[in-house]
Design a protein around this ligand. Sequence first.
Ligand SMILES: [Zn+2]
Length: 421
Amino acid sequence: MNSAAAFEIVFILFLFGNFVLKYYLDRRQVQSILRNRGAVPLAFAGKISLEAHQKAADYSVERIKFGQLTRITDLGFVLIATFGGLIQWIYGEVYGWFGADILAQIVIILGYALLSSLIDLPFSWYSTFRIEAKYGFNTTTPARFVKDLLLSGILSLILGIPILSAVLWIWNAAGAFWWFWAWLAYIFFILAVQWIYPTFIAPLFNKFTPLPEGELKSRLEGLLSRIGFASKGLSVMDASKRSAKGNAYMTGFGKNKRIVLFDTLLSKMTPEETEAVLAHELGHYKLHHIYKMMAFSFIFSLLFFWILSVLAECSWFYEGLGVNLSHGASHGVALILFSVAVPVFLFPLAPLTSLFSRKHEFEADAFAVRYSSGSALISALVKLFSDNAATLTPDPLYSAFYSSHPDAAIRIATIQKEMSK
Ligand SMILES: [Zn+2]
């Protein structure tokens, strides 16, 4: 057996292995939810109504079933793109029209990206206007949905084409260590986007207003000075125009940090609860989680650039994924195949990243207990679980793969333990 055939078999084994594993995890999750649908778990008795608990169960199950449909479509698309000859066809057509220079590589990548987003589009539409709407979460209109779609499409072109051109140019011009220089350009790009995000990108989608004077503002400013957190202020975002779900986040870095509170959060929480939620978010900064995760992803992306540089030179990599470079080398095709293959080989490692993330959540909760109120954090979380219809009874194995946050009951028990310290 030659290397291409061997790689093809390994890829297919992983592809279908993941598919079966994901189906098995879904089944466990649905069973765990349905088994516990009849009664509110003991830890939440009196805090969450049976009605809210059952709504969360139905919502979670419906989303999982829908996710399976999406997954079958995605699997079909990967098979058509690779062994079905779609990437081969794009490569051949683009070569005929544009030749083989950098412009041609960009057209190949954009063509593929456009097709794959067109496949996702009906699913995103159905999820927003059927599922989210059915459970009372969706507040966006079809017009806004289309506007968002066009805006984010244009934005991806404005941001994506320059970085793509830079990487492809370096690939051609920088010799054997191109992957290192391309990685540097990529890091610079990521940091620049994060830097301009709060000022130039986020306002394209939402309105941000300063948090009005009053009890909440003085409470939150008290928290900021207690923790010693320098920021460019607290803003309220009109998240309610798209979804009823509440949240808070921090954006930017260095001195350009901003704290953003969703209006949907403020309308549901007491000032004490908002303070506790903010203390948790600030914990992620103060405990360097944000920078650690960033460093982690930069190291991984360096590794990926290096692997890409090796694979791009191997004919078995292309042939094993159904592409024959009959018109000559194509960095665009290499990038597409790499982006198809990497998630397939990485999925079995998902529990590792989830584990990291859950560890950070526990630490941020402990931080919030120290600088704010543990009982307010608990009541805020209970409200969030209930209002966002998050299931309270997930399957542990499912959570190990998919949950960036600890399961509700464990999380609250840990906060209570932290409070008694
Ligand atoms: Zn967190």
